[in-house]
Design a protein around this ligand. Structure first.
Ligand code: FAD
Ligand code: NAP
Length: 525
């Protein structure tokens, strides 16, 4: 992020897009853009970028880009889709840049294929390939013949990629059955240790979407159901055999001849990042004060959604602000810190709790703060790269948090203290400006008193006179004082989260102190 000039905030951009000004310079005309034409517009004062086949004139957006002009210029006059996906796949550019749309890229001439035409860049995502492989699950077709059929589609496929895909599809399948009142979809993953966090299911307006997460890939069942169903949905998981059952209640007790029409991504196995973000509308059920500027928002998932956000992962919230779809990431927390581990402390799954700082000039957080109880906000599937296994075998865990960078630490604290049997020490080093900014201070102090393994250290950068605790900013000397192994070779995990420069500096100091990359997890976008 770079500091933007005054009058160049996201809200200012939205205002400009609504002003009726001709932002493309084409007087509302849309054109077909060739690669040569696109390449000509590669200067700051004349910059076009292609994203997913659509070309935008981003010249007027330059000064409003939170990542700075230079970042945007990296894609000037070219196809910026990959760059865009790497940095902010979640940003709704279609809505933000709709007034900058120049037109579509013209289709490239395709060499006449020998056998079968495939418009998809990767045959694994090609529906005819998927159908073939799915069909092959019950036949005696060999790997080599399948590979040949794939190569016949004139595509270059790496052997590993092919085999991974092939075996995954062989293992994955689905089936469905019905009773008078119920429809049950069964997904066979054959994956041991299948659990609630790995299943995301939604049924909205007759559309059923069931996604099974397998590392960084996912398998999707996505069908337009043949008949309407009730709002309730049940998901049952047989963890040992990896069988997932999604049960829906029929609206009318009639016999279904078929489950429904498959949608485009039905029965596919893809990298999760290659799937678009999926949202469902959640109801705001409560909003409580945590500090003078931070609130705990409780959102209720629809009855027809099964979603458990894994620890260390975030979701995206989407709101329409002044007619433009705006998306921002937030990290779910628990409703409170688990001071008594024996009691089930929260509505597992049905609610999402978000601790959100309301910035006085913040576009998204101001809109969130104005939501009334009962209003709806769209919540995406989880994203992020933290893996539970990183903490499961750790003996010493250090959590370095600044401000709302505390949010991913909440579930980690809970998990480490309640489920990591080898844990010896857990230390939270919490950086804030003033005492009033400390989130859940009493709860953290109470937890430290209750559990000998847990210690919390508050460090203030702008303390008032009476502050007797530590003062300062993240630094090498501060970290060397607080981050120490409990024994010489203990297995350590250090998690860090806060403003981007805080996180970057912290990681560098930790490396300078001799901690390895594997021992550090930095939470970023
Ligand atoms: P904007 O309109 O973007 O900015 C307005 C002003 O607010 C800025 O000029 C600046 O003064 C201030 N400001 C805005 N954003 C930041 C920032 N990130 N750091 C410092 N100052 C800022 N926030 C939470 O409160 N809780 C969370 O759980 C949470 N989880 C996140 C998870 C991830 C992966 C990431 C990347 C960010 C997370 N954030 C979280 C930050 C959040 O996504 C937004 O950036 C934040 O809510 C501000 O949005 P806004 O539109 O209100 O502010
Ligand atoms: P804040 O109150 O502004 O700052 C918290 C503490 O961090 C203060 O002591 C502050 O010191 C210090 N700090 C701020 N910038 C620093 C820098 N450049 N170098 C060193 N120390 C710095 O924080 P906030 O408003 O709550 O913001 C929290 C941040 O965490 C946001 O940027 C948010 O996006 C991020 N976040 C990320 C994730 C994720 O998963 N990636 C999750 C949640 C939150 P000063 O007094 O010097 O400012």
């Amino acid at each position: 992020q770079v500091p933007l000039k005054p009058g160049r905030s996201l809200m200012d951009w939205i205002r400009l897009t609504k002003s009726g000004k001709d932002l493309t310079g084409l007087k509302g005309r849309l054109m077909e853009v060739t690669e040569d034409e696109l390449a000509k517009h590669n200067k700051k004062e004349d910059c076009w970028i292609c994203i997913r086949g659509f070309v935008y004139n981003v010249t007027p957006y330059m000064e409003y880009h939170p990542g700075g002009e230079d970042e945007l210029m990296k894609a000037a006059g070219t196809d910026g889709t990959d760059l865009f996906d790497q940095v902010h796949r979640w940003v709704n550019y279609e809505s933000m840049l709709k007034e900058c749309l120049v037109g579509r890229m013209s289709a490239k001439p395709i060499a006449a294929p020998k056998v079968n035409i495939s418009l998809h860049p990767c045959p694994f995502q090609h529906s005819s390939f998927i159908q073939k492989t799915s069909k092959f699950q019950n036949s005696s077709i060999t790997k080599s013949s399948l590979k040949t059929s794939c190569l016949l589609e004139n595509k270059c496929v790496s052997k590993m990629c092919f085999l991974n895909y092939f075996f995954s599809l062989l293992l994955l399948s689905y089936d469905w059955f019905q009773t008078d009142s119920l429809i049950t979809i069964v997904i066979y993953t054959k994956q041991k240790g299948m659990n609630a966090e790995l299943v995301i299911a939604d049924c909205q307006d007759k559309r059923l979407r069931g996604e099974i997460i397998m590392d960084d890939h996912s398998y999707l069942v996505e069908v337009d159901l043949d008949h309407p169903v009730q709002e309730d949905m049940a998901v049952n998981i047989a963890e040992k055999v990896g069988k997932v059952e999604i049960t829906l209640k029929k609206k009318d007790n009639i016999h279904w001849k078929m489950l429904g029409q498959p949608l485009e991504s039905h029965n596919t196995f893809k990298k999760c990042t290659d799937r678009g973000l999926f949202y469902r509308k959640c109801k705001l059920v409560s909003k409580t004060e945590v500090t003078h500027d931070t609130k705990l928002f409780c959102l209720m998932l629809p009855k027809s959604t099964h979603l458990h956000v894994p620890k260390g992962r975030h979701v995206y919230l989407k709101q329409i602000i002044a007619g433009t779809e705006i998306v921002k990431p937030y990290t779910p927390v628990l409703p409170f810190l688990p001071l008594n581990f024996k009691e089930p402390s929260h509505h597992e799954g049905a609610r999402i709790y978000l601790m959100i700082k309301i910035y006085s000039c913040g576009l998204f957080t101001q809109a969130l703060d104005h939501l009334q109880i009962g209003d709806y906000v769209s919540v995406s599937n989880p994203e992020g790269n933290f893996k539970k296994t990183q903490i499961q075998t750790s003996e010493d865990v250090f959590l370095l948090a600044a401000g709302t960078g505390f949010t991913p630490m909440v579930k980690l604290l809970d998990f480490a203290l309640s489920e990591v049997s080898c844990l010896r020490t857990l230390k939270l080093i919490f950086f804030n400006k003033t005492e009033d900014d400390i989130l859940w201070r009493n709860q953290l102090e109470e937890l430290a008193l209750k559990d000998k393994r847990f210690e919390v250290q508050f460090i203030l950068s702008q303390p008032t006179k009476g502050w007797l605790g530590k003062q300062g900013k993240i630094s090498s000397s501060l970290l060397s004082e607080f981050v120490k192994r409990s024994k010489k070779d203990s297995k350590v995990l250090i998690c860090i989260c806060g403003p981007a420069p805080f996180t970057e500096q912290g990681v560098q100091y930790l490396k300078d102190l001799g901690y390895s990359q594997e021992e550090i997890h930095a939470f970023t976008a």
